[in-house]
Design a protein around this ligand. Structure first.
Ligand SMILES: [Zn+2]
Ligand SMILES: [Zn+2]
Length: 129
């Protein structure tokens, strides 16, 4: 198999693994999972492929709460982040983001909108008492 083919095969597997999750893993967390399927994959390869996939709009990169997390759903959607453990969940409810009028958009060409709620997740709540 050619190097290029091997690379895209790895990327496919990383994407497949990410799409099977709903927990918005960090690169390190995803690496642990992918490693079970490709034993010789390196953390650097996982990082690089995630950045590549995010840059090409195939996946979302969530840059909040200090650590980058990755989301297999590329369509922008609201999230809830736990301020204690950093876990991120999807918000299923459709949140209506009203479009900005010309004055509010301040001359920007608006490309999207990130909505993030934050709070304490059920796990952290139950472990705190
Ligand atoms: Zn939590
Ligand atoms: Zn999400």
């Amino acid at each position: 198999m050619k190097i290029g083919q091997r690379r895209s095969k790895q990327r496919e597997l990383i994407l497949e693994e990410l799409r099977g999750l709903t927990c918005h893993p960090t690169a390190d967390e995803l690496y642990e999972l992918v490693r079970k399927r490709i034993s010789n994959i390196s953390l650097g390869t996982v990082y690089r492929n995630l950045e590549l996939l995010a840059a090409s709009g195939v996946i979302l990169k969530l840059e909040s709460g200090g650590k980058n997390r990755f989301d297999g759903t590329a369509e922008p959607h609201p999230h809830i982040r736990c301020t204690q453990c950093g876990r991120v969940d999807d918000v299923m409810q459709q949140v209506d983001v009203t479009t900005l009028d010309d004055k509010s958009s301040r001359g920007y060409d608006i490309k999207g909108c990130n909505i993030e709620y934050f709070g304490i997740c059920p796990d952290c709540m139950s472990s705190s008492h």
